[in-house]
Ligand binder design. Structure first.
Ligand code: 6LC
Length: 417
């Protein structure tokens, strides 16, 4: 054992290369460019390593580095993981989940129905049409001249059959392929898509939508959804905490607390998808932290999206973490028509997205009147383009104790790499 430890300490630094440019945000961090050769002296944590670049030392984000100048795993594998991604949409499981989600599917149906007269003779694109439900709603509930139903997965074969089976083949044209490689005879008047992932952006299908907008939406055309927002709330999560963390305190009358650091690492490092937050577990009113305008949003804006929050506790309780969800809006094309909203939050019908829970390492007691302020940062993974890291930074300001106790905490949650 002793010799192994010594070997580790004496280990010479490992050579890594910059995968993309990184600009350090403080003097402890080392800035570098794509292709720079760095020497990693210590893998301090799973995310931050202590490294050297031309004699200068600092922390670097592990996800921005790769070993071996050319043959890195991302270049062997596709950074979009399209084979796996479109492979999974080639089976029924996800389509069943999406179609069974009534709030989601009904929201799109309502949009078409509310705008049916404005859609008359229009050219539409349904990007990522899956089984073609939105395109079929368009053909059945309105009279567009054509609907281009674009689908990259092998489901497109079946979608074509479904279009025929439902007598919509004169209007709906199914195009199998990636929207990025599409060729159309004309631009479209309306670009409709259901692109939202967990925590709004996960999967980054939104990039395909933005590229299609820039290439295929005519001047003055319509985007559905037209805008999107990410909402956050500080919350309690007693039962999840009890199930994954408090459990180790006294199972079968024994003390298993030495496993708690492991539990924290295993259960609280990544966010919990598919959380259902009870309105009662919200400690304050929620706050929109990020708003996206689907007309002006640019692909490059997706690399880093920042938001701010300030919450005022409405009740006392245990602050276990933050819960996030999103809302999208569909503008009306009819004069005086109402906007349609698809809200995936705790006060709306549950959807297949449910909510996303970000657990703190340890709960903090808060009292009514306290406030929690801070920032959220969504950083897209520089390599794995469908993934991102959510970094939360916050401080709790007590209403009863002095103002000198507001320590700033920070935690980064990879989703998934
Ligand atoms: C819905 C995703 C659907 O859109 C799924 O059927 C997938 O194969 C398709 N899709 C995704 N990206 C593209 C693209 N670039 N070109 C063509 N089809 C695409 C995702 N919905 C939720 N996550 N809810």
């Amino acid at each position: 054992m002793q010799t192994e430890k010594e070997d580790e300490d004496d280990a010479s630094p490992e050579e890594f290369f910059g995968l993309s440019d990184f600009t350090g945000s403080d003097s402890d961090q080392l800035s570098f460019s794509t292709g720079d050769r760095l020497l990693v002296h210590a893998r301090t944590s799973s995310e931050w390593w202590w490294a050297e670049l031309q004699g200068v030392f600092g922390y670097v984000p592990a996800s921005f580095l790769h070993q071996g100048a050319e043959e890195d795993d991302a270049s062997l594998e596709d950074p979009w993981q399209d084979e796996e991604y479109f492979g999974s949409y080639g089976t029924l499981r996800l389509h069943l989940e999406m179609l069974s989600d009534r709030s989601r599917t009904e929201a799109y149906r309502q949009v078409i129905l509310n705008n049916s007269s404005s859609l008359r003779d229009k050219v539409l694109m349904d990007l990522g049409c899956g089984t073609g439900i939105i395109s079929l709603f368009c053909a059945r509930l309105a009279q567009p001249s054509v609907v281009y139903a674009v689908e990259a997965s092998s489901m497109a074969d079946y979608t074509r059959q479904l279009v025929k089976q439902n007598g919509c083949e004169a209007v709906v044209t199914v195009l199998q392929g990636r929207a990025e490689e599409l060729d159309l005879p004309d631009k479209v008047d309306v670009l409709v898509s259901e692109w939202m992932g967990n925590c709004l952006l996960f999967e980054f299908m939104v990039e395909s939508v933005l590229l299609a907008r820039d290439r295929w939406l005519r001047e003055g055309g319509v985007m559905w959804p037209s805008s999107a927002a990410l909402t956050l709330v500080p919350c309690q999560a007693h039962s999840y905490y009890a199930e994954k963390m408090a459990f180790w305190e006294r199972p079968y009358g024994l003390d298993f607390t030495p496993l708690q650091p492991l539990a924290q690492q295993e259960f609280f490092t990544k966010p919990k998808f598919s959380h259902i937050i009870q309105p009662d577990d919200c400690l304050s009113a929620p706050c929109d932290v990020i708003s996206l305008d689907m007309y002006t949003l640019q692909v490059k804006d997706l690399e880093e999206i920042k938001g701010q929050f300030q919450f005022h506790m409405e009740k006392s309780g245990s602050f276990h973490g933050f819960t996030a969800w999103f809302t999208v809006h569909f503008e009306s094309l009819e004069t005086g028509g109402a906007t349609v909203e698809l809200n995936t939050g705790p006060n709306s019908e549950p959807t297949h997205w449910k909510q996303t829970l970000f657990m703190l390492d340890r709960p903090v007691s808060v009292r009514a009147g306290d406030s929690i302020s801070g920032t959220i940062l969504l950083s897209r993974n520089p390599v794995w383009r469908r993934h991102m890291t959510v970094t939360l930074q916050w401080s709790v300001n007590s209403s009863t104790e002095g103002t000198d106790n507001c320590q700033v905490e920070t935690k980064s949650f990879p989703m998934w790499r």
